[in-house]
Write a protein that binds this ligand. Structure first.
Ligand code: GAL
Length: 447
């Protein structure tokens, strides 16, 4: 297979995010983010264990802050023409209100360098690193987040005028689910109340910021990215099929259907009725957003079954480890048809909005041996997934592009540095960059 089979105008890119790659957590006036704090947090009042595996801290990641030109050169050397990265809100507004000129200057340099070497910048406004001062006021559980975000977005869009492709949020279901329900991501909050408030505000934020950016410049393209996972039932027994139905609703539909005008699937799970108290009369209209593109981020399949012991939902995930040996370093199942199923499912909504895969890739525990990283498994992953993507396109799915996750190895949130997702290997001690075999594979593929 060759990239040319996807058509001349197909967008090929690679992605990173600020918190995961920049390091420089306190450099040049940057404020503290919820992830800076979470990296120092212990699991509980009486626990000596840290929230992040091996006590890893994002300040020692890939130093993109210093090496961004090298990284963009590497992206270009593989033949990619598009680069997706995010802006650290706490670099722009360290205290949530006052502009930090050095933060603006940094992203201006990154964007200008992209333009100089003919790489199109695709910028995500929010990839999970809220300024800590805003979390102290409730973060995503406070409806005022819509105003805080509007200020931040206005500053970004008016200062970074060379960016034509914007994404509002990265995977709201993940930062809300992991950060405000399970408490395993920053800010570590739990429970249904936090979850519902944060969910509704995140969903509202997409439309609010979309309209704001369009009012500043209607020419700009504004999308947002969503995590989608192909969900299956362990077998065809009714109660397990129902469990998978609920899981799909919570993982995929809850954070997507309101945006395309279908509202919350409240009738289908009783507990969702609780959202009503956070919804204002005008919200229904504001949730619906005619995005310019839908960013799809998908990695694996998840399998569910009925579980009478789960008090509210009665569902249980069947870990991939118990089902297969085809695993990534995240213990996620390698199941290429999942990307095809996800594309077909979103296509079936018939939104008329073009789709772009804004993340897909796999983690390995890559080792540098005699100057090389032989990541054959990753090459096989990309090949197999791209074949499934092609199959969906052949069947009529309106997919405009594909971004590999990730350009460089980085800080994988609560997992720390061990799962490596990059096409480029980073030696986290010396910060040396080495193109992996998968990077060489992309070079041939994109030629
Ligand atoms: C996504 C996230 C990325 C990256 C990736 C791999 O959910 O947007 O930041 O961590 O997963 O786990």
């Amino acid at each position: 297979m060759k990239a040319t089979e996807f058509g001349e105008s197909f967008i090929w890119g690679a992605a990173i995010s600020a918190a995961q790659t920049e390091s420089a957590a306190m450099a040049d006036g940057k404020g503290v983010s919820i992830w800076d704090e979470f990296c120092l947090a212990q699991k509980g009042l009486f626990s000596s264990k840290f929230r992040i595996k091996n006590k890893h801290h994002l300040n020692y990641s890939s130093d993109f802050y210093v090496h961004f030109k090298t990284d963009i050169d590497l992206l270009k050397s593989m033949g990619f023409k598009h680069f997706r990265f995010s802006i650290a809100w706490s670099r722009i507004l360290p205290d949530g209100e006052t502009i930090n000129p050095q933060g603006i200057a940094f992203y201006q340099s990154v964007i200008q360098y992209c333009i100089d070497v003919e790489i199109e910048p695709w910028v995500t406004l929010y990839h999970w690193d809220l300024p800590a001062v805003l979390e102290k006021k409730g973060g995503w559980t406070n409806r005022a987040i819509l105003d805080w975000f509007a200020l931040y977005a206005t500053i970004c869009v008016t200062n970074f005028t060379k960016v034509k492709q914007w994404m509002v949020l990265n995977e709201p279901s993940v930062f809300v689910g992991a950060g405000y329900f399970f408490g395993i991501h920053a800010p570590g909050k739990t429970g249904f109340n936090n979850f519902f408030k944060a969910m509704h505000h995140a969903n509202l934020c997409i439309g609010h910021i979309f309209r704001l950016i369009k009012s500043i410049n209607p020419e700009l393209k504004v999308g947002s990215t969503f995590s989608f996972t192909h969900v299956e039932s362990i077998d065809d027994q009714n109660r397990n099929v129902n469990a998978a139905f609920l899981a799909d609703l919570l993982i995929n539909r809850l954070f997507f259907e309101p945006i395309i005008g279908l509202g919350y699937p409240k009738e289908e799970i009783k507990i969702l009725k609780q959202i009503e108290k956070y919804i204002l009369p005008e919200d229904a209209l504001n949730l619906k957003t005619p995005l310019d593109f839908i960013g799809i981020q998908t990695y694996t399949r998840e399998v569910f079954k009925w579980n009478p012991l789960n008090p509210v939902l009665r569902i249980k995930q069947v870990p991939a480890k118990l089902r297969t040996t085809e695993l990534t370093a995240m213990d996620w199942e390698i199941y290429p048809p999942s990307i095809y199923h996800v594309l077909k499912k979103i296509d079936a909504y018939q939104t008329g909005i073009p789709l772009i895969i804004t993340e897909n890739g796999m983690a390995l525990n890559d080792k540098l041996v005699e100057g090389e990283i032989k990541d054959d498994k990753r090459i096989a992953y990309f090949k197999a997934h791209l074949e499934q993507v092609k199959k969906a396109i052949n069947e009529g799915v309106d997919l405009k592009g594909y971004f590999a996750w990730s350009l460089i190895d980085n800080f994988e949130w609560a997992e720390g540095y061990h799962p490596r997702f990059g096409l480029v290997h980073i030696d986290f001690a010396s910060k040396q960059r080495t193109l992996k075999q998968s990077g060489h594979w992309f070079k041939l593929f994109l030629r």
